[in-house]
Design a binder for this molecule. Sequence first.
Ligand SMILES: N[C@@H](CCC(=O)N[C@@H](CS)C(=O)NCC(=O)O)C(=O)O
Length: 220
Amino acid sequence: MSIQVYWGSGSAFAWRVLLALEVKQLAYESKLIEFSKQEHKTAEFLRLNPRGKVPTLRDGDFVVYESIAILQYLDRKYPQVPLFGTRAEDTGLINQDVCEVLSYIEKPVSQMTRPLFSGELAGKESQVREAAAILHRELQQYDARLARCSWLRGDTLTAGDIVLYPFIPTLLRAAAKPVAGPLNLGFLPFGERYPHMARWSAAIEKLPGYARTYPPHWRQ
Ligand SMILES: N[C@@H](CCC(=O)N[C@@H](CS)C(=O)NCC(=O)O)C(=O)O
């Protein structure tokens, strides 16, 4: 098997790559890195990715890291089930969706979820609330878009959906932590607050192979 993907349980960035591989129905060898054992900082792994981060993908002799770069590589190399479109206009708009996630979603998700997951919330309540408010404004816009179509770009799943999706279960998992309760972050029940996003998330969760992408430690 020539494709090997190094990923970590719960890494939203790595989740994107697993979803892309499944959607494209590519065979791959799963290399699950254990952060607690510092497996991403071994000399062997740092030779693949000197930043010591996942996702990292090896395809034969070729190595690429950074989730978006990996998605772009996979789409050029394995164009069946295109994720970035085939027309220049579609590619432009799909990249616009991808860039919007990187610019407006990634940071507030991290600012909201890290204190909740780490249990080190004390003193960071305002940061969490402010990040949640930013995310609500963004999710309202996505929900309105998804009221009109199945996927972000119409009736076909594209890279924008794959890049955004992992942040949704991540933020819902953080919002469901008991420590988040007193903050009344307002994401739950998600289906009532954001019905179209909930339907869209459920559609991703029904994709063949989705179960292989689900963070193993979330099942415990
Ligand atoms: N911009 C990168 C982010 C990758 C990233 O931050 N990965 C995290 C896991 S979520 C990681 O490997 N962290 C380990 C570390 O920094 O030591 C991407 O899109 O791939």
